[in-house]
Design a protein around this ligand. Structure first.
Ligand SMILES: [Zn+2]
Length: 413
């Protein structure tokens, strides 16, 4: 009951009454004063600048002593650190409170990795129309998986495939229904899941030929394919079949990693979620999964280290629904990457610039340079010195709109 009341209150907070006009992207000029800037391009940090936002985009970044437009809204961040908004390339967000939780954790763009009933397509439109403040959503719709389960209820055209999605015709049909529903990407799997105790994450479920049918059907609709794969046999088949990204990749072999490097396949390890498997609470809280997580985690860490050393682009994904019990956040994933040997700058870019490139949206977000969308966060300390600074987000701006501002609560000096 308490949870329901809370949900309703949140909905009321984010949704205007039905008669209200949809809000366009912010048009009033916004200036962040006295900022230290990490722009995500890989360039060195800049001290004491003003970030000027106009029409929802970064207009200019000027020396802190330069004059700023009169009449602008201002936030004096008093020497705190401004970075591009974080990007989570593997989410399962299906509710408004989850959207809010992601946004307030500093995530201004997400890629869905499937939801039960096209809530991601709907959420994307609510953000585009300004009804929700963010995050910007790339939708995947329904998982292309051998057994649809209750996701077969998402669209009546899925009913013939409810019991089995294995034949080329069935695979193509599920891809095309997703495309008709307006998704931005296709999600499929090459192996079973780690998060279900009765499945074996090493076990392959689609072979290279089936994965190729999915990739080709998606390409015909101008869509790329992200492939869930823990086991190496499935992952190798997925890379050969033309997967755009491998999600999880726990048991990747050297030859699969070499092929990923050669093909430019992105790697989304979702390491923080395997940490969640190993610990009480969170999205996964079952003793058998804890046992499994404990042996998966070092193996996944090895895959991430090797991938990064080889130059395979590693991207931050949380693999969470951002539910009320969820403990997985992108700043944790970034900190784990640093533990695994990334420089703080590389780890930050895995959740900003490199993530934007993975999603094909780097021309509009992922770095803070003039002309890009004003998707940014403010944190208290320099994350290049201690990357855990990202875990305490003070300000979130999405498409130039202030979605969170904790500066008035007092930052201390
Ligand atoms: Zn997932």
């Amino acid at each position: 009951m308490r949870r329901l009341a809370c949900t309703v209150a949140l909905c009321a907070a984010v949704l205007p009454p039905a008669t209200a006009r949809a809000q366009p992207a912010a048009t009033k000029t916004l200036v962040l004063l006295n900022a230290n800037l990490i722009d995500g391009t890989g360039a060195a940090a800049r001290r004491n600048v003003s970030v000027i936002v106009e029409g929802g985009r970064i207009a200019r970044i000027v020396d802190g002593r330069a004059p700023i437009p009169t009449g602008a809204d201002t936030i004096d961040v008093a020497g705190r650190w401004v970075l591009p908004g974080l990007i989570d390339v593997h989410t399962h967000i299906a509710t408004l409170p989850s959207m809010r939780r992601a946004l307030e954790s500093g995530v201004t763009t997400v890629r869905s990795a499937s939801v039960p009933a096209y809530q991601d397509v709907g959420a994307r439109e609510l953000v585009r129309r300004g009804v929700l403040p963010g995050p910007d959503m790339l939708a995947a719709g329904v998982f292309v998986t051998p057994y649809l389960g209750e996701t077969a209820m998402a669209d009546p055209r899925l009913a013939p495939f409810a019991r089995e999605v294995m034949s080329p015709d069935a695979l193509r049909a599920v891809v095309n229904i997703n495309a008709d529903r307006g998704v931005d990407v296709i999600k499929t799997r090459a192996t079973e899941r780690a998060g279900l105790a009765d499945q074996d994450p090493r076990k392959q479920v689609y072979d290279e030929a089936q994965l190729r049918v999915i990739v080709e059907a998606a390409a015909a609709r101008n869509l790329k394919v992200l492939v869930h794969a823990h086991g190496d046999e499935g992952a190798y088949a997925a890379v050969k079949a033309g997967a755009h990204s491998i999600e999880h990749g726990t048991y990747l072999s050297d030859s699969t990693l070499a092929l990923m490097k050669q093909r430019g396949t992105y790697f989304v390890p979702t390491y923080a979620t395997v940490v969640d498997l190993t610990s009480p609470g969170g999205d996964y809280d079952e003793p058998p999964l804890r046992v499994r997580g404990l042996h998966m985690l070092p193996r996944l860490g090895e895959s991430v280290r090797k991938a990064h050393a080889l130059g395979v682009p590693v991207v931050a994904g949380g693999d969470t629904q951002y539910g009320p019990q969820s403990v997985t956040r992108i700043p944790h994933e970034v900190a784990f990457f640093v533990d695994l040997g990334f420089s703080p700058m590389d780890a930050i870019r895995s959740a900003t610039a490199v993530a934007a490139r993975c999603l094909g949206i780097d021309q509009r977000t992922g770095t803070l340079v003039p002309g890009k969308e004003a998707d940014l966060i403010v944190v208290e300390r320099n994350p290049l010195e201690d990357v855990r600074a990202l875990q305490d987000v003070l300000v979130v701006v999405a498409d130039g709109r202030v979605a969170l501002n904790r500066v008035p609560f007092g930052l201390g000096r």
